[in-house]
Design a protein around this ligand. Structure first.
Ligand SMILES: O=c1ccn([C@H]2C[C@H](O)[C@@H](CO)O2)c(=O)[nH]1
Ligand SMILES: [Zn+2]
Length: 148
C-alpha cells in the first residue's frame, strides 16, 4: 500500500502488515478494559483490501465483555464485508496472545482455512498462523446446512 507524502519529498511506503499493526495499535488505545487491565487491539483485512479494527470492551458483568477480534468482525460485517484474508491481534506482555476459542470460531465464520492470523506484541509482529492451525477440523458455515 502506498501513502501520499506527508510533506513534499520522500514518499512514505507502508507494507500491509505494518498497516494492520498500526490499525490494531490505534484501536487498542481505545480498549475499555478496566477490569482485566489487559488492552487488546485487532485489525483485519478483507478481500476488498479494506481494513477494520476493534478493541476489547469489558463490562461490570464480566462475561458480557467482548474481545477485540469480535469488535473488528462486527465493524467489518456492518460495512457489508464478508471475507477476512488476514487478522492481527496486538497485546502487551511476554506471552503470545492468540484469539480465544470463541474468537477462532468467529473468525472461521468469515475466513477460509488458509486465512492468516498474526500475533503481535507492542514492539511488533511475533508469529503468524493459519486459521486451520489454530482451529483444526473446524465447524464452519457450510457444514451445518441441511439441504431441503
Ligand atoms: O485474543 C484476545 C484475548 C483476550 N482479549 C481480552 C478479553 C478480556 O477483555 C481481556 C482479558 O482476557 O482481554 C481479547 O480481546 N482478545
Ligand atoms: Zn475472544
Amino acid at each position: 500500500m502506498r501513502w501520499k507524502p506527508l510533506s513534499g519529498g520522500r514518499e512514505i511506503t507502508m507494507n500491509s502488515l505494518d498497516q494492520l499493526f498500526s490499525a490494531a495499535m490505534a484501536a487498542r488505545a481505545n480498549a475499555y478494559a478496566p477490569y482485566s487491565g489487559f488492552a487488546v487491539g485487532a485489525s483485519l483485512r478483507t478481500r476488498s483490501g479494506a481494513v477494520f479494527s476493534g478493541a476489547n470492551v469489558e463490562n461490570a458483568s464480566y462475561p458480557v465483555g467482548t474481545c477485540a477480534e469480535a469488535s473488528a468482525i462486527s465493524a467489518m460485517a456492518l460495512a457489508g464485508e464478508r471475507l477476512i484474508f488476514e487478522i492481527l491481534i496486538v497485546a502487551d506482555g511476554e506471552a503470545l496472545v492468540t484469539p480465544c476459542g470463541a474468537c477462532r470460531q468467529r473468525i472461521r465464520e468469515f475466513a477460509a482455512a488458509d486465512a492468516k492470523i498474526h500475533v503481535a506484541g507492542l514492539d511488533g509482529l511475533r508469529a503468524s498462523f493459519t486459521l486451520d492451525q489454530l482451529l483444526p477440523y473446524a465447524f464452519g458455515p457450510s457444514v451445518g446446512k441441511v439441504s431441503p
